[in-house]
Write a protein that binds this ligand. Sequence first.
Ligand code: GLN
Length: 534
Amino acid sequence: MSNNTKYIFVTGGVTSSLGKGIISASLAKLLQARGYTVTIQKLDPYINVDPGTLNPYEHGECYVTDDGAETDLDLGHYERFLNVPTSQANNVTTGRIYQSVIEKERKGEFLGKTVQVIPHITDEIKNRIKLLGKTGQYQFVITEIGGTVGDIESLPYIEAVRQLKWEMGHDCMVIHLTLLPYLSTSGELKTKPTQHSVKLLLEYGVQPDVLVCRAEHAINQEIRRKIALFCNVEPNAVIEALDASTIYEVPIFMEKEKLDVIVLKKLGIESAGEPQLVKWKEFLQRLHNPKSEVKIGLIGKYVELKDSYKSIAEAFIHAGVVNNCKVKLEWIHSESLTEENIKEKMAGLKGILVAPGFGNRGIEGKISAIKYARENNVPFFGICLGMQCAVIEFARNVLGLKDAHSREMNPATSSPVIDLLEAQKNISHMGGTMRLGSYPCALEENTLAQKIYGKKETNERHRHRYEFNNEYTKSFKEAGMVLSGVNPNAGLVEIVELPKHPFFIGVQFHPEYKSTVENPHPLFVAFVKAALDN
Ligand code: GLN
């Protein structure tokens, strides 16, 4: 293959939520399984500079990379499928594009010129796309374009794709993901919406090379030929994407449809042999044949939208497979929990996870759940705000500091066991100013955390402003809480645990971001095991 990086664009038509992220990740997986180096990038057409300031109800979870970028949750899928870390360069929004173009304008870089969508915005988009290729690390860059073709917001991106197709010729191709709706009255899959969405792409000057068609029923040869004829693609480039029972099945579906072979051919690359998916298939085999089931409560305040806790839910799937069991998550709204009903609401749960979050809503419910877990020896795992709540609960009910709280929830508390760092106190901008990205964590000898990790130090990703207040370190230790993970440079408490309890761990970081199919996170694996043993 030539040394040029190959660029694959994935666009979407007909409707949103067809799963461009999963199709992109699945194609990437197949290419990786053929020995190629691949990365995936997401372009988001909204005007926020990053999703860090978005409520999870808008687009689901905010995913965080090692380099501290707050990104779209699709990057989580990319990492979980490929087991390769992503970075800020893998997620670009319209806000970020405009921000940098406007900054350049203010610096005088376009002096004399009228700054316009074409060429200035499209040039900036093209630069961001090519940035990953220029690192020299990847043979393939797959770029997923958010939104649906025809959206006003995504027009500059489609235009950038048109220009790149012209510039790069055979080093570049377009996959268009569409929907074939099924009409039950006539028993038919309908192709018209797909024809229309391809027409729209053609109007913008982009001829797709491959059509991946989501459908509830198999797409027969006749339909494939019809779509091919109307949309100027070869019949074998019309790919069927049926609903899968799990996202991890999609690479196998795409392998059967030979998506990788067709893509390689379009890019002028000989494809010898088959993708090596032995480990992946083993994972699926175990996923589909669990030996037992374990019910774990996920306590959060965004539980109506399961995408808000995407990485946590996926980490449980990975950890379940290691333990040969199916983790049945019970999504529990923290606002529905009170001291009075907690026993009844927690009944039957073999483990309790308290989720990350911001703000006061539902906080007392989380604290009640933790008190219940602590007193009844139910395995407990607290993540970020969940760890902070465990600290508050311990302060109130063990140390007897009745007014203990995080300063985030009660600025006037007399016992701020969770508090802002000095560095955070004068921050006025909300975007991108939290403690973000990967930090080292030294693990205390002879603690549960150290045993689980099996090493002396680890790195985990953070996204929070508040911290354990080290003024209380002595009283917590004396009362039996072990501070088993500490940032070696700043002395910040990263992990707390209760050794008298079968499994009680709170972490200030987000282990869920680092759990992948190939590398299930040890804390989730150990928590699921503790729940099974319970
Ligand atoms: N709201 C808390 C903080 O900012 C916790 C954040 C989180 O759970 N991600 O520190």
